[in-house]
Write a new protein. Structure first.
Length: 162
């Protein structure tokens, strides 16, 4: 008990000593730090707008209608061609596989850029990879709203048993 009280007394005295070392008011230190930082203005808008399928171009010039059409086609294609792996079914595996790929400024997916970022195993990652590899042939070319540029696209695919 004496050791604990002695340790507490020493830490209290050291704390007081530390406080006594400050001879400049804290407000002055804060003002100096703020002056040294450069001011940066961030845009409230995203740097890029996600691409959409060329087949979704219609007479409308509204990006939202094109993006909704593209999202609907993408989801329909994924969940109609998805074949739940047998090993995942027998082990009752559910979860999300996340893939990433590069859409080139020409509008096609670079097949060498397709990678699985997150896999739940039991063949689910391979099945998701198979589906994304068929996008170029089955879904066609992507279009850009504005200036075309290479874009990295992350796609989550949920595996859920009925």
């Amino acid at each position: 008990m004496k050791i604990i009280a002695f340790t507490f007394l020493i830490s209290f005295l050291a704390y007081q000593t530390t406080l006594a070392q400050y001879n400049i008011p804290p407000e002055l230190l804060l003002e100096e730090e703020e002056e040294e930082k450069p001011s940066v203005t961030l845009s409230p808008y995203p740097i890029w707008i996600p691409p959409y399928f060329t087949s979704c171009e219609d007479d409308s010039s509204h990006y939202n209608s094109k993006k909704e059409c593209s999202d609907q086609k993408l989801l329909n294609y994924i969940y109609t061609t998805l074949s739940y792996p047998d090993t995942a079914k027998t082990n009752q595996i559910e979860g999300m596989v996340v893939l990433t790929f590069l859409i080139k400024k020409e509008g096609w997916i670079d097949p060498n850029s397709i990678k699985v970022l997150r896999d739940i195993g039991y063949g689910c990652g391979e099945e998701a990879l198979r589906i994304v590899q068929s996008f170029n042939e089955q879904l066609g070319q992507w279009s850009f709203f504005g200036k075309p540029e290479d874009i990295r696209y992350n796609l989550p695919i949920r595996f859920k048993l009925n």
